[in-house]
Write a protein that binds this ligand. Structure first.
Ligand SMILES: Nc1ncnc2c1ncn2[C@@H]1O[C@H](COP(=O)(O)OP(=O)(O)OP(=O)(O)O)[C@@H](O)[C@H]1O
Ligand SMILES: [Mg+2]
Length: 241
């Protein structure tokens, strides 16, 4: 089943900034799907449209069977989000931040504990959000996206700025939710992460999808041993320096 369906999606900011130039893709229920591409390619724009933060200029967008933007109320109630620029409540503790979202999305209390445990946040549960380090703030962002056990989660660079061990603990969380049947749409610049986690990847370049395949298919196309090498070869072929 297609949980996300996007056809010929355009986003023009202001008068003439064409951030998305007619992208088409769909995400299957239960998969980890990654959007890759250089800075400014249009990844966050795509995520923001799918999570009803901004409106599409034109094109067809369906999320969990609901039409965007017309049925955005339904979409917002149902999806989890790790925004690229997450701002927690700075004067609330880690636990209070998570609890805020869990209550908002109708999760039960036991979920708060479970989420903190899964992301190694228990030691900081009583520390105010503003006093934890950048990497921990990122983990709280991931924690909040799990509130209410959504069936579809959008994560825009969830592991940016995390140390290698913390990154792995977020990978484990992503795999755990996927194993529970949750669909994850991810963006990342870490190609090792994309290779390890993704069932399929879409590469966006200058507002267009230039590849949509499994990591292995992309590696085979460029005869490379890693997704990172294949990605770099693809960028070179596109004249991106
Ligand atoms: N509100 C806006 N107004 C005008 N232009 C914008 C706006 N938001 C984004 N853009 C432009 O749209 C393009 C796509 O931006 P977007 O944030 O989607 O890229 P991205 O792929 O997420 O990049 P990054 O990897 O750096 O996060 C960029 O050229 C950006 O400058
Ligand atoms: Mg972005």
């Amino acid at each position: 089943m297609r949980i996300v369906n996007v056809e010929n999606l355009w986003k023009i900011y202001g008068k003439d900034k064409e951030a998305l130039k007619g992208i088409t893709f769909s995400v299957n229920s239960g998969e980890i799907f990654s959007l890759l591409g250089p800075n400014g390619a249009g990844k966050t724009t795509t995520v923001k449209i799918l999570t009803c933060m901004i409106r599409p200029t034109r094109g067809k967008v369906e999320v969990m069977g609901y039409i965007v933007p017309e049925q955005c109320d339904k979409v917002r109630e149902r999806v989890g989000i790790v925004p690229q620029e997450f701002q927690g409540f700075s004067d609330l503790t880690v636990e209070e931040n998570i609890s805020y979202f869990v209550k908002l999305y109708g999760g039960d209390k036991s979920q708060i504990e479970e989420i903190m445990k899964g992301l190694d946040l228990l030691d900081f549960r009583n520390t105010k959000f503003r006093n934890i380090s950048g990497g921990y703030k990122r983990r709280v962002a991931v924690a909040c996206s799990l509130a209410g056990s959504p069936r579809l989660i959008f994560m825009d660079e969830p592991t940016v700025g995390l140390d290698p061990r913390s990154r792995r603990s977020v990978w484990e969380t992503i795999k755990r939710v996927r194993d529970a049947g949750v669909t994850v749409l991810l963006t990342t610049h870490y190609l090792d992460e994309a290779q390890k986690l993704s069932d399929r990847v879409a590469v966006i370049f200058d507002g267009k999808i230039v590849r949509l395949s499994t990591p292995l298919e992309l590696m085979e196309e460029f005869r490379k041993q890693s997704l990172e090498e294949a990605y770099l070869a693809l960028m070179e072929s596109l004249g991106d320096s």
